[in-house]
Design a binder for this molecule. Structure first.
Ligand SMILES: NC(=O)c1ccc[n+]([C@@H]2O[C@H](COP(=O)([O-])OP(=O)(O)OC[C@H]3O[C@@H](n4cnc5c(N)ncnc54)[C@H](OP(=O)(O)O)[C@@H]3O)[C@@H](O)[C@H]2O)c1
Length: 377
């Protein structure tokens, strides 16, 4: 599919506008008619020039999200740039305190400090903010939502009341993990979960993707790699996630998996531990997840449960050694699960190992946020 949102005057966007295999594509004209609707909500996309911001536009378009107007907001650096979205020309505006006048839903992806500053301002104006940063995730009273997992958490939030609200999108690794773990949890109750992640460059934004591409070229040409984003060589290497390391030895990304899982499952007793690693993959995260259950759950039943889970596909062909890969899930909506096997270190059917891959810009960020917005319609 051709890019639906195109920024002019921007040298290079390293990520293609994505396509999805789950929704059959419609002729472009039909999509435009369905999306631009007088009675649809007015939207704002904050951080529209970034990796997630661009994906918001692709997802809104792919899903025919109805809107009567859309504001493209970014930093002062981007103000005045032109952007084509669904065949219409938009001028990117600088995010300011008066940006949310008359905006019903704002999709935020401009980093935690911007969310902390402008999220409450938007709410004050009556806007419902769906925030992709970690700024409000653990704040009591702010729903932290994966629509397939806990839509009930945002039950009190409604459009058209004039009342603003904050809704938080979970961390991308948490979303991908829980898309697969939750259906099994519902069946046998997870009491302990051990997660090891293999996280892509795109999780650190557009600049990290550009640097991975540049470093790869530099290393192959025998030149010293440019190390501005992570401070170390990323191409042909892997390292512990770049999030700050805390006093307990875990990094912030790992503790997000621990805390967010408890909030989303509404279970303060579930034991979660995680090790998060950056790997030189351009797009889509992979995660090895070990589960311990309160009740028995055998391999075949688990496979059937996952095959029927919304937003999940099972890729588990042992004979062909074919299991999920980041490349296969890139630009896709569904999270892929495979390597579904009984954990031999546990007695009986009380443990399972699974391997999960998901496009974290898509389901881990933009798609999840747009699905949240759809629940408001
Ligand atoms: N990448 C992912 O997979 C992912 C997944 C989940 C959540 N998130 C979260 O989403 C957010 C954005 O991530 P990203 O990967 O899209 O980053 P990115 O590619 O670096 O984009 C950052 C965006 O924020 C805008 N911005 C920066 N400073 C601003 C300011 N002062 N006022 C208004 N806009 C400003 C940038 O605008 P300019 O172009 O004008 O600088 C750009 O549009 C982060 O909070 C991140 O943690 C990302």
């Amino acid at each position: 599919m051709a890019a639906l949102a195109r920024i002019t005057h921007k040298a290079h966007l390293p990520f293609p506008a994505s396509t999805t295999t789950t929704t059959p594509s419609k002729p472009r004209a039909a999509r435009i008619c369905m999306s631009l609707q007088e009675n649809g909500p007015s939207l704002a996309v904050v951080g529209v020039t970034g990796a997630v911001g661009q994906e918001f536009l692709s997802v809104l378009s792919d899903r025919d999200f109805p809107y009567r107007s859309i504001k493209m907001l970014a930093s002062k650096r981007s103000a005045g740039k032109h952007m084509t979205f669904q065949d219409r020309d938009y001028v990117v505006e600088e995010l300011k305190v008066d940006s949310f006048e008359g905006v019903d839903i704002a999709l935020f992806s401009a980093g935690g400090s911007i969310s902390k500053e402008f999220g409450p301002i938007a709410v004050e104006k009556g806007t419902i903010v769906v925030d992709n940063s970690s700024a409000f995730r653990m704040v009591e009273g702010v729903p932290l939502v994966i629509p397939e997992v806990n839509p009930e958490a945002m039950e009190g939030v409604r459009l058209g009341t004039g009342k603003g609200a904050l809704i938080a999108n979970p961390n991308c690794s948490t979303i991908i993990c829980l898309m697969a773990a939750t259906p099994l949890h519902r069946s046998a109750k997870v009491i302990r979960m051990v997660v090891s992640t293999y996280q892509a460059a795109s999780g650190a934004g557009a600049a990290a993707m550009e640097e991975l591409e540049l470093q790869t070229r530099e290393v192959l040409e025998g030149k010293p790699p440019t190390c501005k984003i992570f401070g170390q060589q990323y191409a042909f290497n892997l390292f512990s996630h770049n999030a700050p390391v805390l006093s307990n030895g875990y990094n912030e990304e790992e503790m997000k998996l621990v805390k967010e899982t408890r909030k989303i499952w509404n279970d303060s007793n579930v034991k979660v531990t995680a090790t998060c690693i950056r790997v030189p993959v351009m797009r889509a995260h992979a995660e090895s997840v070990n589960l311990q259950f309160e009740n028995p759950l055998d391999e075949e039943t688990a496979k059937d449960i996952l095959k029927n889970a919304p937003g999940v596909v099972v890729i588990d062909d042992r004979a062909a050694n074919h299991f999920p890969t980041p490349l296969e899930v890139s630009n896709k909506d569904d999270v892929a699960v495979g390597r579904i096997r009984r954990d031999v270190s546990q007695d009986g059917n009380y443990g399972l190992d699974i391997f999960v891959c998901g496009d974290q810009i898509r389901k881990g960020a933009a798609l999840n946020a747009v699905q949240i917005a759809e629940l408001l319609l």
